[in-house]
Design a protein around this ligand. Structure first.
Ligand code: FAD
Length: 492
């Protein structure tokens, strides 16, 4: 039986593990942390549960290959309930609120009432959101293994999406916002995603929710990761935690196995690198093996930026239904990382009663952080006490602004936890603290990286970094593709 060693117990690594075990391979996952899941995680604090990943999980609607993959690896199915959030997010400006509802017709109506002069653009936006609801993430086989018939099938299934790309594919968020005259609509659009993001990403994200294809599995991110780990073990997979890999042992054009930080060596017929690709090609393998396209993306920082977050979880003493969903509002200037921000968000996790003790609730704020902000936290991190003080100070200042916006929270809010881009680097070796892959800017070419390593016969890649903009579906698809490549290898 061929042995496959998988480095990284995130969603990509575990997906590869489940599928290879099913196909009769002997696999072992080596995960540096005490728990599996990688970025798809959450943690307990003082009786509360901080969910730190899934805002929406693409593929919750039955009828797609991705949905079947989620079921196959245990992420969905088997009675896993789904939370169907009523709103995507809302934005507030000068006392007026615009909400992007799950029910897109309600959004259309609200937008038209707000700004009749934008009727044409509003109708166009909502009609194209309808079309984007048919977007699917192809998970059948790696793109470089697709034949003309596969491409024709893919093209047919993406017909509607083609129209969306034609209309919104060559525009960034700022340009999309500027198509509207109404300041609140403009604000809402730029509140949602950084201005340099491609506009179609906004339509696709919103369509995932309106199309019922982006719900949240009950129990949230960490429980989903545990279900996948459980499925892996049920198929006979071996998951080693607290097992950091130091490097891949090479001999000629092959990997012989891996060297653990503990000094132990593990031999393997195949090695799958299922962790951050920057880390893979700087620590686990010599940089010379990095695929050319990927190297270019790391070099062209303006064209392929990455984002992270400065995040705060607040414990709320009481339940406030009016705070449901994600709400963006203007605030007094607040320095977060290297820049001042003028608006912020709070997200309520009231949809899962298990996340807070009875009669209480949990809120989170997430401030988008650029590479420059990352540098700020990285420098500060060298002095742990200064880093701790600054993040707590920023969190308190943010909390004050939440109370200014929602005065009924006065005396009922306290900071439960604060984490920065550095947290992701420390926890998952994430490049510049990014928790998704490269941003899809207008200047960026399609972001796809082959899952093979040129010059090494038996080393595969599986990570969200292989296809922009990353995310859980990409991680699962890339895990599946790595397994597919190994299963198809007749010569081994
Ligand atoms: C705040 C936040 C919100 C998000 N929201 C969403 C969302 O709503 N929807 C969505 O689809 N996605 C979302 N994501 C993104 C999603 O979490 C990631 O795309 C996905 O989890 C990446 O999976 P991965 O397996 O590619 O990488 P990772 O999760 O990074 O897994 C890699 C694993 O490798 C391990 N590792 C690293 N180095 C070593 C080593 N040397 N030895 C052993 N193990 C090692 C790491 O510890 C980690 O467990 C969000 C992420 C965050 C943080």
């Amino acid at each position: 039986m061929k042995k496959v060693v998988i480095i990284g117990g995130g969603i990509a690594g575990m997906t590869a593990g489940v599928l290879l075990q099913k196909a009769g391979f002997q696999t072992e996952i080596y995960e540096k942390n005490a728990l599996p899941g990688g970025l798809c995680t959450g943690w307990k604090r003082e009786g509360y549960f901080i969910d730190n990943c899934i805002h929406w999980l693409t593929g919750t609607r039955p009828g797609s290959g991705l949905h079947e993959l989620w079921k196959e690896i245990g992420a969905l199915g088997d009675g896993v309930e789904l939370h169907k959030k009523e709103m995507f997010f809302s934005s507030k400006l000068d006392g007026r609120v615009l909400t992007f509802w799950r029910d897109k017709e309600r959004t259309r109506k609200e937008m038209l009432e707000l700004s009749p002069e934008d009727e044409k653009e509003i109708n166009k936006l909502i009609d194209y959101v309808s079309m984007a609801e048919n977007m699917t993430v192809p998970v059948e086989k790696p793109f470089d293994a697709m034949n003309p018939i596969d491409f024709i099938k893919l093209g047919m299934s993406m017909k509607e999406m083609g129209k969306v790309m034609k209309a919104y594919g060559n525009m960034d968020m700022k340009e999309l916002a500027m198509r509207f005259k109404n300041p609140l609509i403009r604000r809402a659009i730029t509140d949602y995603m950084p201005r340099g993001y491609q506009a179609y990403a906004f339509l696709v994200s919103y369509a995932t929710v309106t199309g019922g294809n982006g719900d949240i599995p009950a129990g949230g991110s960490f429980k989903m990761s545990l279900r996948v780990a459980q499925k892996y073990k049920e198929y006979g997979g071996v998951l080693h935690t607290n097992a950091e890999v130091e490097k891949i042992i090479l001999r000629g054009k092959r990997a012989e196995g891996i060297l653990l930080k503990s000094g132990a060596k593990v031999s393997a017929d195949f090695v799958i690198c299922a962790c951050d690709t920057n880390y893979t090609f700087h620590k686990l393998l010599p940089e010379a093996y990095m695929p050319g396209g990927l190297k270019k993306m790391y070099e062209e920082r303006e064209k392929y930026p990455v984002n992270s977050g400065f995040q705060i979880a607040y414990a709320v003493d009481g339940g406030f239904g009016e705070l449901t969903g994600t709400r963006v509002f203007s605030c007094e200037p607040l320095k977060v990382g290297s820049r001042s921000v003028y608006c912020m968000s709070v997200q309520s996790y009231d949809y899962d009663p298990d996340f807070a003790p009875e009669g209480k609730m949990i809120l989170q704020s997430n401030f988008s952080q650029t590479e420059e902000d990352y540098r700020y936290w990285e420098v500060l991190y060298a002095d742990k006490e200064a880093y701790r003080k600054q993040k707590n100070k920023t969190a308190r200042a943010a909390m004050e602004r939440v109370v200014t916006e929602y005065p009924f929270l006065a005396g009922k809010l306290r900071v439960l936890d604060v984490w920065t881009p550095m947290t992701y680097t420390r926890y998952c070796n994430s490049y510049k603290g990014a928790y998704m892959s490269f941003v899809m800017t207008r200047q960026a070419k399609s972001i796809t990286v082959p899952g093979k390593v040129k010059g090494l016969d038996n080393v595969l890649l599986a990570s969200q970094w292989l296809m922009g903009p990353g995310g859980l579906p990409t991680a699962a698809a890339m895990g599946k593709f790595a397994a597919w490549r190994i299963i198809k290898r007749k010569d081994m």
